[in-house]
Ligand binder design. Structure first.
Ligand code: AMP
Ligand code: GLY
Length: 423
């Protein structure tokens, strides 16, 4: 069986490593993949947003099943195009991917179907938004409608910051066309939980919960990044909360999408905040989270391809998805300076003995050598009998991995451990 995975980051590396456990798979192509992924798949120099070339390649190679992992190609309709030429895919079509592609869509969906989320207003021009901000509660949150590389959210602590955010998004178009509409929403507080789920459009099966660490610096300080590390399971996410979320959030969302003729198949990611008034949806993603996937998939005991195909064909059952009771931690190693200016092109060494625990995000192969080629370079993931052990094991991998300029947070999982101690 020939599989094609669209994407080229740590998430895709984790998906590919998990898929490889299935012995029916004879070849995996990664489009474009990266220098590290090349150890586990055949990398093809086609960008994840180059829909035409992706479709051509899939046809020429007679791909049996495609996994479209990143948000951009999903929102662009890559799955629709592949389906048109008879290739089955893991991932939603464009009509369903809009749940991540447009915050205005997802907020209106939640309002219509009574799914708990922050109060909000939608604006189509800066003037109206600024008028509204004159009396809006502060702090407030300003969000660009469309995809913005995970950066389209500005938390404004003052009225002036909120006005500046509106101007940069709507007038200066700092996120391009994504900023033609904005959402201004209520500022919520509480621990954040990521819950990735498999769904075939009717049945929804949550994966083990996780916690991202978005800020660049220790103690959750510094700039927002794509994620500096993750742990799973998330200790704030108790069984009672999970039951509540299934009844009030997960099932209602999947049913709402079906009712809107936008049946969602694939991985639906719920970004939740556990507020004093109960769990609320902060965001939906139409795909696996990065770097959540790097802790969630290593704990999956079932065959990933079987589950993926069941989401495609509408045959998903809860007992197909089994997770280990252990814990996992992932420490992201980045190029110093990330998420701003950083240097790359440094030689990267990952000892063979730990290569199965390393998910490469930013590296290229040059003359047989692996060189750093991105802000986030890799994630080192370890499993442990409990969270403390998983974190210790993950940090034990870090000194084994070498490249000049490496930077990583020293406190991944610290907040989660504190939460466990308070229990
Ligand atoms: P998003 O891109 O929607 O995940 O937002 C990025 C981050 O901004 C989230 O992980 C939260 O930490 C924060 N955030 C988003 N919306 C809100 C909100 N309504 N209240 C407080 N924080 C928020
Ligand atoms: N880790 C957050 C995301 O994948 O959007």
């Amino acid at each position: 069986m020939k599989i094609m995975v669209v994407g080229g980051g740590g998430r895709e590396h984790a998906i590919i490593k998990k898929l490889k456990e299935n012995k029916d798979i004879t070849e995996i192509f990664a489009l474009p993949g990266n220098g590290g992924i090349a150890a586990d798949a055949t990398c093809v120099a086609i960008g994840a947003k180059d829909t035409e070339k992706i479709v051509e390649f899939a046809k020429a190679e007679q791909i049996d099943y495609a996994v479209v992992a990143p948000d951009d190609p999903l929102v662009l309709g890559t799955v629709d195009r592949l389906n048109e030429i008879g290739i089955d895919c893991f991932g939603p079509n464009a009509a369903a991917a809009i749940i991540e592609g447009s915050k205005v869509f997802s907020k209106n969906l939640m309002k219509k179907y009574g799914i708990p989320t922050a109060e909000y207003e939608v604006f189509e021009n800066a003037e109206d938004a600024i008028k509204y901000l004159a009396t809006a509660p502060i702090p407030t949150v300003v969000k660009a409608d469309g995809l913005a590389l995970g950066k389209g959210v500005i938390i404004a602590e003052t009225r002036q910051q909120a006005i500046d955010a509106v101007r940069s998004i709507m007038e200066d178009r700092m996120f391009g066309e994504s900023g033609s509409r904005i959402v201004i929403e209520e500022f919520l507080t509480g621990p954040e939980v990521s819950v990735l789920s498999f769904t075939d459009g009717k049945t929804v099966v949550p994966m083990v919960s996780s916690m991202d660490h978005k800020r660049a610096g220790d103690g959750d300080t510094g700039l927002n990044t794509g994620g500096m590390g993750t742990i799973a399971p998330n200790p704030y996410y108790t069984e009672d909360i999970a039951d509540y979320c299934m009844e009030k959030i997960f099932l209602p969302t999947v049913r709402a999408m079906e009712a809107e003729n936008r049946t969602f198949k694939g991985c639906l990611y719920f970004g939740l905040m556990l507020t004093p008034n109960g769990p609320k949806v902060i965001e939906y993603n139409c795909r696996f989270g990065d770097p959540e996937t790097q802790v969630v998939l290593p704990l999956l005991e079932s065959d990933l391809l079987t589950i993926m195909k069941a989401t495609t064909f509408g045959t998903l059952k809860e007992d197909m998805v089994k997770f280990s009771k252990k814990s996992a931690a992932c420490v992201v190693m980045a190029s110093s300076g990330y998420p701003q200016k950083y240097e790359s092109g440094f030689e990267l060494t990952i000892p063979e003995a730990i290569a199965d625990k390393v998910y490469v995000a930013g590296a290229k192969l040059e003359n047989g050598k692996l060189l750093t080629a991105g802000g986030r370079v890799l994630g080192a993931t370890a499993i442990g009998n409990d969270l403390k052990e998983a974190i210790k094991n993950a940090y034990a991998l870090v000194p084994e991995i070498r490249f000049e300029n490496a930077y990583y947070r020293k406190d991944i999982g610290k907040r989660a451990l504190m939460a466990l101690e308070e229990k």
